[in-house]
Ligand binder design. Sequence first.
Ligand code: 4NP
Length: 168
Amino acid sequence: MATTATQLSVLFVCLGNICRSPTAHGVFAKLVEQAGYSDLIQVDSAGTGDWHLDHAPDQRTAQVAAAKGYDLSGLRARLVTSADFNQFDYIIAMDNANLKDLRAMQPEGYAGHLGLFLDFSEQSAVQEVPDPYYGGEDGFELVFGLVEDASRGLLRHIQSSHPQALGL
Ligand code: 4NP
């Protein structure tokens, strides 16, 4: 399903595509790069809501990420569409509302993986990445920690599930 050069593709989805999914996009893409898989795994993010189309990540999100060494400034919000199901092997929702919206647009016969990001978490007992938008600074730090943990778990899952695609 991933296009031409890439072997696998991952799409992170939240509500606005300016806080949680751009964080996941940036953190996971860096892990992929550090593992030497940049040419093999395509990473993207999108939102189910259209309030912030073409906007850069929320300033609070960008600041927390920058403090940890991640530059999210090149990302721009976009809407998830049913066409994404033709392109992405993994479509990863931040919370159950995102997952419900994605299930409603999922074409019949989608052969990829549609599920919650924190299913890949190795440390957290919580199921959802909480929406930080209307909360305080702590919420953005919490999101970042959950995303780092689940990103590591997702990469390990992909390595064990698709060794051939990654030349392992
Ligand atoms: P995100 O956070 O889904 O993590 O990007 C939100 C951003 C904006 C809004 C809600 C959540 N909003 O209502 O505008």
